[in-house]
Design a protein around this ligand. Structure first.
Ligand code: FMN
Length: 175
């Protein structure tokens, strides 16, 4: 698949087939993600694939935090926590760059998944910022900032294409 097609056709999916991605498929996505641009080559990105035990425990914490929240963590067969390892304020400029670079890496995972015929979803999970128990469960370091959970799996339905703003609202050509 060419890049333009993958960019255009990637959609946020909230329903998936039951097949889990295997280790080789996941490693192929992460191997591509680490080619994201990265000032000072700090390699800030971290990818944690949630196994069944971890997912179950996270669902329990989510449900205790907000009834009904656990079900949302059961939607995809494969969940990946993407985080950026930061300095914790020692170097705010590098931290900002590392956070941005990690967002690019997360997008590469989604785009590469799309190119392989997979469905995906980037989801913010506040619990991974706020809950010490959830952070401990995933083994997150103190200065590790979670960008979200990436949901991955086989597509089962067509997605609506959300509108984007018109190009002229977004761009300027400066003299
Ligand atoms: C950083 C980030 C966080 C997101 N978090 C959520 C989320 O928590 N819940 C959600 O429904 N969608 C979330 N999304 C997905 C967007 O809602 C989705 O990309 C948007 O609706 C456009 O749809 P598309 O991805 O199909 O183009 C997130 C996307 C990004 C980039």
């Amino acid at each position: 698949m060419d890049v333009e097609k993958a960019i255009r056709e990637r959609r946020t999916h909230k329903a998936y087939g039951p097949r889990e991605l295997d280790r080789a498929e996941l490693e192929a996505l992460f191997e591509l993600a680490r080619w994201a641009p990265n000032h000072h080559l700090t390699n800030p990105w971290r990818f944690r694939v949630l196994g069944p035990e971890t997912r179950r425990a996270l669902m329990e914490l989510a449900e205790a935090d907000k009834p009904g929240a656990a079900a949302k963590l059961a939607r995809a067969p494969t969940l990946v926590c993407v985080s950026a390892l930061l300095s914790g304020g020692e170097d705010p400029s590098q931290d900002r760059e590392d956070l941005l670079a990690t967002a690019v890496a997360a997008y590469i995972v989604l785009l590469s998944a799309q190119a392989r015929g997979l469905a995906s979803y980037w989801r913010t999970v506040g619990l991974l910022d706020d809950s010490a128990a959830a952070r401990e469960l995933l083994g997150l370091a103190e200065h590790e900032s979670v960008l979200g959970l990436l949901y991955l799996g086989d597509p089962v339905q067509e997605q609506r294409v959300p509108e984007r703003a018109a190009l002229e609202e977004l761009i300027g050509f400066l003299p």
